[in-house]
Design a protein around this ligand. Structure first.
Ligand code: FE2
Length: 362
C-alpha cells in the first residue's frame, strides 16, 4: 500500500441531526438494539441542544436535536429532514489533521478547540464535505471519561443484534459532481479509489448511476460516492437529491458476523427490507457456488449474496428509515469478500424501482 499521507484511525461516530432525539434514540435502541450510553442536555448544562449517544460493539451513533427556537441547525433539519450531519474520524493529531486538510483545500467548519472536564480533555475540529455533511476530527487520548466531557454516562442497555462496526458510508452527490468529490477525498484526506462502477455496471431498463469507492490509508474507512447517470426514468439518486435537497449520506452499512440472526431480529421488530424476486434465489447456486448458509433461509429473509476473488458477502438493504426516501441502512456480512455486491446491483435496483413506482417518483 502507498504511504498514508493523512492518518485516520477509524470512523469515530456518526452524528444525526433530528427533530426529536429522544424518539430517535428509542427507535435505535429498541429496533436496532443499541444501548444508550451517554446523554448531554439541559440536565448536564447544555442549553441549546440535546445529545443521545448510542453504542453497539464498535458503532457509535449520536442523535442531536435543537431544543430552542432559532438553533442554527433547525433550518437544515427543516430542509433535509432527519439527516446524517457528521461522519467523525478519530485521528492521532486533530490540529495537524485540520490544518493539513484546510491547506489541501477543505472548507473549514470549526477550528480546533478543546472540551474538558475532570476526566481530561478532548481535541476537536471539523471540515465541510459534500452538501451539509461535516467530517469532525477527534482525539481523546488525554481523556479518561466516556465519549466527550460533560456527557452523562448512561447504562440503558438495548438488546443487541450483532451489529459490530461501520463497514462503509455512502454519499449521493449531484450529476457530474462524483469525480470532483473523488478528487477531494484523494487530495484532501489521502484516500484512494478502490473500485469504480459505471452506468453499464449499475443500470436497469429505466435508471442508472455511477459510483466510485474511496478508501483511506489504513483501509478502515470506505466511502462510496454515487451520482445519477442518464436513464429513461428518474434514478434513485435523483429521487434522493430531490427529497433531501442536495448531496448527503444515502446509506450506512453496518457489519454483522451473523446476518441471519441480525436480519431475523430486525424483521421481527418491524424493519422493512427491499425484497428480490424468487428467481434471484433459483439462480443463486450457479452464481455464487458453495456457501455456508441455507439458501432457503436466505430467501425467506431476502438476504442477497455476491462473490468476488477473495470470498463472498451477504447483504440486505432496509427501506428508507425516514418518511422521506433518503437515508437507509445496509446490513453486510463479509466472508472474505472485500467488494460491495456488484452482482446484486441489478436485482436491487429493480427492487428500488418497484418502490419508486409505488411512491410515484420513478
Ligand atoms: Fe453499501
Amino acid at each position: 500500500m502507498s504511504q498514508d499521507n493523512f492518518p485516520i484511525r477509524k470512523v469515530d461516530h456518526i452524528r444525526h441531526y433530528v427533530g426529536n432525539a429522544r424518539q430517535s434514540a428509542y427507535y435505535y435502541q429498541h429496533v436496532f438494539g443499541f444501548s444508550v450510553t451517554g446523554f448531554h442536555g439541559l440536565e448536564t448544562g447544555q442549553k441549546h441542544e440535546v445529545d443521545y449517544l448510542l453504542e453497539q460493539n464498535d458503532v457509535k451513533l449520536l442523535f442531536t436535536a435543537p431544543i430552542r427556537p432559532g438553533h442554527p441547525m433547525a433550518d437544515k433539519i427543516a430542509q433535509h429532514g432527519d439527516f446524517v450531519q457528521d461522519i467523525a474520524f478519530e485521528v492521532d493529531d486533530v490540529d495537524w489533521a485540520y490544518n493539513e486538510a484546510v491547506r489541501r483545500g477543505a472548507q473549514p467548519a470549526h477550528e480546533p478547540y478543546s472540551l474538558s472536564d475532570d476526566n481530561g480533555y478532548v481535541r476537536i475540529a471539523s471540515i465541510h464535505t459534500y452538501g451539509d455533511t461535516l467530517h469532525t476530527f477527534i482525539n481523546r487520548d488525554n481523556f479518561k471519561g466516556h465519549f466527550l466531557p460533560h456527557f452523562q454516562t448512561r447504562n440503558d442497555p438495548g438488546d443487541p443484534i450483532g451489529i459490530m462496526e461501520i463497514d462503509h458510508c455512502v454519499g449521493n452527490v449531484e450529476l457530474g459532481r462524483m469525480n470532483q468529490w473523488v478528487n477531494w477525498y484523494e487530495e484532501v484526506l489521502g484516500f484512494h479509489n478502490l473500485i469504480s462502477f459505471d452506468d453499464k455496471d449499475i443500470s436497469t431498463e429505466y435508471t442508472a448511476l455511477m459510483s466510485k469507492v474511496m478508501s483511506n490509508g489504513n483501509g478502515r474507512v470506505k466511502f462510496p460516492i454515487n451520482e445519477p447517470a442518464e436513464g429513461k426514468k428518474k434514478s434513485q439518486i435523483d429521487e434522493y437529491l430531490e427529497f433531501f435537497g442536495g448531496a448527503g449520506v444515502q446509506h450506512v452499512a453496518l457489519r454483522t458476523d451473523d446476518i441471519v440472526h441480525t436480519v431475523s431480529r430486525l424483521q421481527a421488530r418491524g424493519v422493512e427490507f427491499l425484497s428480490v424476486p424468487k428467481t434471484y434465489y433459483e439462480m443463486l447456486p450457479d452464481r455464487v457456488g458453495e456457501i455456508d448458509e441455507s439458501i432457503d433461509e436466505l430467501a425467506e429473509l431476502g438476504i442477497l449474496v455476491d462473490r468476488d476473488d477473495e470470498g463472498y458477502l451477504l447483504q440486505i438493504f432496509t427501506k428508507p428509515t425516514t418518511d422521506r426516501p433518503t437515508l437507509f441502512y445496509e446490513i453486510i456480512h463479509r466472508k472474505g469478500a472485500k467488494s460491495f455486491g456488484k452482482g446484486n446491483f441489478k436485482a436491487l435496483f429493480e427492487s428500488i424501482e418497484r418502490e419508486q413506482a409505488i411512491r410515484g417518483t420513478l
